[in-house]
Design a protein around this ligand. Structure first.
Ligand SMILES: C[S@@+](CC[C@H](N)C(=O)[O-])C[C@H]1O[C@@H](n2cnc3c(N)ncnc32)[C@H](O)[C@@H]1O
Length: 272
């Protein structure tokens, strides 16, 4: 009698745990499917911020083969420092791994200076994964904000160093950026190339000087500066550009920062 009771209990328990196990597995599978459906978080974040903030006429600098999706109320012209053919050659590897087609630039201009754009002529400027390639990011921010109308939007995304090949590099300090701006980027160019050769390319110490010479003659494609969201915000807070911070978000591979040009604010003396 006792034995039969014990056997029945075990059978019922096994049955129940089996079902619960199945239910649990099904629930986890469903959660996994929901999590994996839809675009990855970085893309969803770009879409969300773009549809929230972009209207009117603007530019995207360095879209390459990953132009930002924009809402129907936004008209974009694409700006890059080289022609479509030159970009295909320079970025052959990136274009090959992604497989998406290059967006031919409408305007060829140095995105750091935006020489072909009038002051206060645009409603938005987009620069996704571009600012880290720039030697003097403070000068670039000056020009991005210069070409914006009052209330215009600066849409930036940058690789988050914690999740890229830059993870082992020192984060760029505010002092370094101010020095690059005041003294000119030549002041730290050699140090950047040495760091790139040592940390990113793991070049043996005796080969570093030769590699630095090569890097100096190549078209720059590497990251001069390295940030994660909070070090980038530290930089903006120290810099006090004439803009309001509208949004800042970290995702699994990059961070996004949205600034709105504020005509009542002015560049502080220290960052002119
Ligand atoms: C890494 S790709 C970014 C591609 C894409 N926007 C993304 O989100 O991945 C960098 C792009 O910025 C462009 N770029 C870098 N420095 C530039 C400059 N000074 N002026 C104009 N374009 C520049 C490059 O030619 C390239 O198209």
């Amino acid at each position: 009698m006792r034995r039969r009771l014990a056997e029945t209990t075990i059978r019922v328990l096994r049955d129940l745990t089996g079902r619960w196990g199945f239910a649990r597995r099904a629930r986890l599978k469903l959660r996994d499917l929901v999590a994996r459906s839809g675009p990855p978080r970085w893309e969803a974040t770009r879409d969300d911020l773009s549809f929230r903030y972009l209207r009117g006429d603007g530019i995207e600098i360095g879209a390459l083969n990953m132009p930002l999706r924009v809402p129907p109320q936004a008209r974009v012209r694409y700006v890059d420092h080289a022609s479509a053919d030159e970009l295909r050659e320079l970025y052959a590897w990136e274009l090959h791994i992604h497989g998406w087609p290059l967006v031919p630039p409408d305007v060829i201009d140095d995105g750091e200076r935006l020489t072909k754009f009038e002051d206060a002529s645009l409603d938005f400027v987009i620069a996704n994964h571009m600012l880290e390639h720039v030697e003097d990011p403070i000068a670039a921010l000056h020009h991005f904000l210069r070409v914006l109308r009052p209330g215009g939007i600066l849409f930036l995304t940058l690789p988050d160093a914690r999740h890229t090949f830059d993870a082992r590099r020192e984060r760029t300090t505010v002092e370094h950026l101010l020095r690059d701006h005041r003294e000119g980027p030549e002041a730290s160019r050699r140090d950047h190339y040495e760091e790139w050769a040592r940390v990113i390319e793991s070049v043996p110490e005796e080969r570093v000087p030769a590699r630095v010479e090569e890097l100096a003659t190549e078209q720059p494609r590497h990251h001069f500066h390295v940030w994660e969201l909070d070090t980038f915000l530290e930089f903006l807070i120290a810099l006090q550009p004439p803009a309001d911070l509208e949004a800042a978000r970290a995702t699994e591979k990059e961070f996004a920062v949205i600034l709105r040009k504020n005509p009542d604010k002015h560049w502080p003396e220290t960052a002119r």
